[in-house]
Design a protein around this ligand. Structure first.
Ligand SMILES: *Cc1c(COP(=O)(O)O)cnc(C)c1O
Length: 408
């Protein structure tokens, strides 16, 4: 029942402002539902929405329209089925997405098979956190399919890999890994952060779930953190249930930025791939460079697989934009190289507009001694580049000037 506004006190009138208009015209930008709570038509609807009996929004940790708009957009780009809800789940970070997957699909007594070449946070989660909850992980070289098959057990719930590993740029054979996972009833979960949906759609190759640190290519501008997981509704609904209970939900403001990032994802990623190809090929010919890891180089062990698995698009570029350069001279040479770069920034993260360089052994993989580095296939001198949107010639001359200092 309407209460006459003029009968109300000034504070009540201030709190009970007229609601914002609902536009009949579809906004082209994504509206930001910056609200923690939603009001219902009455107590019945309140209960029905909270009990998932009717679709709707109640509380933004549970679901939020802006966050859903982002998650659904990723599902569309990954080729997931959009006809039923929820097609995807968004999280506050890539690690929230990854931990959400394990909280949902592993349990005490379960076993996980994971690649040895994992993002450090994921490795630590499996090794140091999930192990305390009775989840055991076997780490295997994901390119050695016999070793992967041998590591699988009846208790294995998840086979976990990255589509392109960082910094080795090893490429995972998703189709064959899906077959191996499914032989024992496990799920193949793919972290495709380094191979965003423009170039790779793991669901098309048989993966059960694909996830991203949206902080990287999806956001694309190094100004937001987020994560997202998509796949079939049966799995995504279970993931939603644990996200609601564990609470790593994405904020509507960040969902806005991430959804906006998707609009330019193909333009950015194709351009970054094209620049990375030229950068890798040119640096590979420099006399101070021992070798270059980049799936686009014919010498890369995963080159043929990458050609088959990654989508070249109209521009014919598809090998990602992470290039790892190993100069001659070991750790000191790597440090000297990265220190003398002027355009490529010494910065964490990857996938943004700025080219970033990191000396792997002293930064992202600082926990590994030289022996562990070599087991992971990483030279102590390796420098990982995340190629941005600068002009290729400028990045190449920056690297050449820095390499001159190594005196080869
Ligand atoms: C950065 C990254 C993550 C973690 O994502 P956050 O958004 O930093 O939590 C996971 N996997 C890969 C491959 C990454 O590069």
């Amino acid at each position: 029942m309407e209460i006459a506004r003029r009968q109300l006190g000034e504070n009540t009138r201030a709190v009970h402002l007229p609601p914002p208009p609902e536009s009949a015209q579809r906004p082209l930008g994504t509206p930001i539902y910056r609200t923690a709570a939603f009001a219902f038509s009455g107590a019945e609807e309140y209960a029905a929405v909270l009990n998932d009996q009717v679709p709707g929004y109640s509380y933004s940790r549970i679901d939020n329209p802006t966050v859903d708009a982002f998650a659904r957009a990723v599902a569309a780009l990954e080729g997931a089925n959009l006809s039923r809800w929820p097609a995807a789940q968004a999280f506050a970070s890539g690690m929230a997405a990854i931990s959400g997957v394990f909280w949902t699909f592993a349990r005490a007594g379960a076993h996980v098979v994971a690649s040895t070449a994992l993002y450090g946070g994921t490795y630590s989660l499996l090794r140091n956190v999930l192990s305390r909850f009775g989840v055991e992980t076997s780490f295997v070289n994901i390119s050695d399919l016999d070793a992967v098959r041998a590591a699988m057990r009846p208790a294995t719930r998840v086979l976990y890999t990255e589509a392109i590993a960082n910094p080795t740029t090893a490429v995972a054979d998703l189709g064959r890994l899906a077959d191996i996972a499914h032989e024992t009833g496990a799920l193949l979960v793919v972290d495709s952060t380094l191979a965003p949906p423009v170039i790779c759609r793991p669901l098309e190759h048989g993966a059960d779930l694909v996830l991203h640190s949206a902080t990287k290519y999806i956001g694309g501008h190094s100004d937001v953190t987020g994560g997202v997981v998509t796949g079939p509704i049966e799995l995504v609904s279970q993931l939603r249930a644990t996200r609601i209970d564990t609470g790593g939900s994405l904020s509507p403001d960040d969902a806005f930025l991430l959804r906006r990032g998707l609009e330019t994802l193909p333009v950015r990623v194709r351009r970054q791939c094209a620049t990375a190809s030229v950068f890798a090929a040119t640096l590979a010919r420099h006399p101070a460079v021992a070798y270059v890891d980049y799936p686009g180089l014919p010498t890369h062990p995963g080159h043929e697989l990458a050609r088959r698995q990654f989508d070249a698009g109209p521009e014919g570029v598809r090998f990602g934009a992470i290039v790892t350069i190993t100069p001659y001279g070991g750790r000191d040479a790597g440090l000297a190289f990265v220190t003398r770069l002027r355009l490529a920034a010494p910065a964490t993260s990857l996938g943004g507009t700025h080219t970033k360089a990191s000396h792997v052994a002293s930064t992202t993989h600082r926990q590994l001694d030289d022996r562990a580095l070599s087991a992971a296939g990483i030279d102590p001198g390796a420098v990982r580049f995340s190629i941005g949107l600068e002009d290729a010639e400028d990045l190449i001359s920056d690297a050449f000037v820095a390499l001159e200092a190594l005196g080869r």
